[in-house]
Design a protein around this ligand. Structure first.
Ligand SMILES: C[S@@+](CC[C@H](N)C(=O)[O-])C[C@H]1O[C@@H](n2cnc3c(N)ncnc32)[C@H](O)[C@@H]1O
Length: 184
């Protein structure tokens, strides 16, 4: 996970440069807020006034179960830590729930950039990318983390299949470092 936490930075730097100053940015999978506070800090340094939203369930599941003890999970510590980490940012909003269900609460065509970094299994990625693609504005960007076959074969499979379904080519999605991305 430590490795994971730093790996998104190049891609987020790139997106901060790409996006207009008043852009809306949605991150699916916020965990403790490391990546979204990085985006908030770096965009501010570049005089960009983005509005951030994150979606997360902050609930114990296999991939992250070992990062906190049972007692800490029972005390909702991941969520409390996230809240603590974002408390000084007035441009980070959050919604708690199952990502593809929360998607229904957003209007279509409402975000300039959506980044998918929730669960990494095939079924979850399948649902996330279908639920959130309609929420990207025309001309906006859609992307996700951990596009590495060796580590997450289900994730890459889900993204490639979706790419073929929507664009007629498994290779329509581009690779940027360890991320995948496509413009709408
Ligand atoms: C890899 S972590 C996100 C890391 C974060 N973007 C960062 O770089 O600091 C994945 C997150 O997705 C969340 N998650 C996984 N499955 C989810 C689901 N179905 N609905 C909502 N959140 C989910 C987990 O709670 C976890 O916080």
């Amino acid at each position: 996970m430590n490795n994971e936490i730093t790996g998104f930075k190049n891609f987020y730097d790139h997106m901060i440069d790409q996006l207009d100053t008043k852009s809306s940015w949605l991150e699916v999978g916020a965990w403790l807020g490391n990546s979204i506070t990085y985006a908030a800090n770096e965009s501010k340094k570049k005089n960009k006034h983005f509005n951030f939203t994150v979606v997360d369930q902050w609930k114990k599941y296999d991939e992250l179960a070992n990062f906190f003890s049972i007692e800490e999970w029972n005390n909702d510590l991941p969520y409390q830590t996230f809240l603590e980490n974002i408390k000084s940012y007035d441009n980070i909003n959050y919604r708690r729930g199952i990502s593809w269900e929360v998607a229904e609460s957003f209007n279509d065509n409402s975000f300039d950039f959506i980044f998918i970094d929730g669960a990494h299994d095939y079924d979850s990625v399948y649902k996330d990318i279908r639920a959130y693609w309609p929420k990207v504005k025309l001309g906006g960007w859609f992307a996700g983390d951990d596009f590495r076959k060796g580590d997450f074969p289900g994730l890459e499979k889900a993204v490639r299949e979706w790419s073929e379904e929507i664009f007629g080519s498994r290779k329509a999605v581009q690779r940027f470092g360890r991320c995948w991305m496509i413009r709408k």
